[in-house]
Unconditional design. Structure first.
Lengths: 113, 114
């Protein structure tokens, strides 16, 4: 059990550029979550996958955000036309089907200049 | 009113003392309750979860849940400087498809003084 991994760990981009982050969940965890965390706040839910199906999306997830989980393994989160307000830590978490505890990856810190 | 509220702190306790962290939540549909520890610049680390009213102990940590009062707390006994971190309270409730998404408070910053 190697834990949840995320890449890249840091990303600096210019406003208007597209970025993509990757999350590899704990093996055999079929539930995968994306959260966003800004300084001084707790993580905020963005979206959720059960296997390859995206079952929940937050109102925070504007149409510039898209997430996929092909084949029910790793997931990607893409932000198009980045804005300075997108600067945050993007966290991925996974959990087993019958357990509720979510385990977080190290996060990807995005800075939009 | 925020869904999950915590005192932001900072909370300072001397080494060896008991640290008490509190959390209230607004949605009576909340079913599961979690405490995460987050060191500066790191991701949240799960330390306790509790589903039923009462106390749950795990080593130096005790989680307490009172659903009638919509209150959950975390006690850290024999506090160590390494416990200095931000503690996040999170709750989940079942939505369609049982997403179990977590709703977090803003966290309480704890400092344990040597």
């Amino acid at each position: 059990d190697t834990g949840v991994s995320q890449n890249p760990r840091h990303k600096i981009t210019k406003r208007g550029q597209n970025v993509t982050f990757r999350c590899d969940p704990i093996s055999e965890h079929n539930r995968l979550y994306w959260y966003r965390q800004t300084l001084g706040q707790g993580p905020e839910f963005l979206t959720y996958f059960q296997n390859e199906a995206q079952l929940e999306k937050s109102r925070l997830l504007s149409d510039r955000f898209s997430a996929e989980r092909p084949k029910g393994s790793f997931s990607t989160l893409e932000i198009q036309r980045t804005e300075q307000g997108d600067s945050a830590m993007y966290l991925c978490a996974s959990s087993k089907d019958i357990d509720y505890e979510q385990y977080f990856g190290p996060g990807t810190r995005l800075t939009v200049t | 009113q925020k869904e999950v509220e915590q005192n932001s702190g900072p909370l300072s306790v001397p080494e060896g003392a008991i640290a008490s962290l509190n959390c209230t939540y607004s949605d009576r549909g909340s079913q599961s309750f979690f405490w995460y520890r987050q060191y500066s610049g790191k991701s949240p680390e799960l330390i306790m979860f509790i589903y039923s009213n009462g106390d749950k102990e795990d080593g130096r940590f005790t989680a307490q849940l009172n659903k009638a009062s919509q209150y959950v707390s975390l006690l850290i006994r024999d506090s160590q400087p390494s416990d200095s971190a931000t503690y996040l309270c999170a709750v989940s409730k079942a939505f369609s498809g049982s997403a179990r998404q977590l709703t977090f408070g803003s966290g309480t910053q704890l400092t344990v003084l040597p």
